[in-house]
Ligand binder design. Structure first.
Ligand code: DQA
Length: 146
């Protein structure tokens, strides 16, 4: 099984970016935790971050041929990107959406996700655990379908 993990804009700044909201873990530390969970589950993982909407879309397209599912934190594009939602729909892979913060308890504009309706599910508000729980849930979901 291969899973693509996609991190959206500004997540490269984790660790120093609004630590009161997003915590002090860096993106490398998040990726290390995901890699060790992937090892434990026997999953091949590809890790990708970009600040560019088009690069994020290209990475989703490329997963169609090589991956069984996608774990994505679309970051701010969650709330704006019809194009990322369409890419998710187009590839037809199971997608789990994750957020470090609880997007439902912050500003009103963050509560709307363009991605959630085309995702298997969403995990939001648990910091690093959002990624780890989302990864496990995606793994279990894919396994059921194999
Ligand atoms: C985020 C929440 C988004 O609203 C925000 O734009 C982000 C990070 C999160 O992980 O909590 O960049 O996706």
């Amino acid at each position: 099984m291969r899973i693509l993990v996609v991190h959206g804009p500004n997540l490269n700044l984790l660790g120093t970016r609004e630590p009161g909201i997003y915590g002090t873990l860096t993106l490398s530390e998040v990726n290390r935790a995901l890699s060790s969970l992937a090892d434990e589950l026997g999953v091949d993982v590809t890790l990708f971050q970009s600040n560019s909407e088009s690069a994020l879309i290209d990475s989703i397209h490329s997963a169609a041929a090589s991956c069984d599912g996608i774990l994505i934190n679309p970051a701010a594009y969650t709330h704006t990107s019809v194009a990322i939602r369409d890419a998710v729909s187009a590839v037809g892979l199971p997608v789990v959406e994750v957020h470090l913060s609880n997007i439902h308890s912050r500003e009103k504009f963050r509560a709307r996700s363009f991605i959630a309706p085309v995702a298997v599910g969403q995990v939001s508000g648990f910091g690093l655990d959002s990624y780890l729980l989302g990864f496990r849930a995606l793994f279990n979901h894919i396994k059921k379908g194999l």
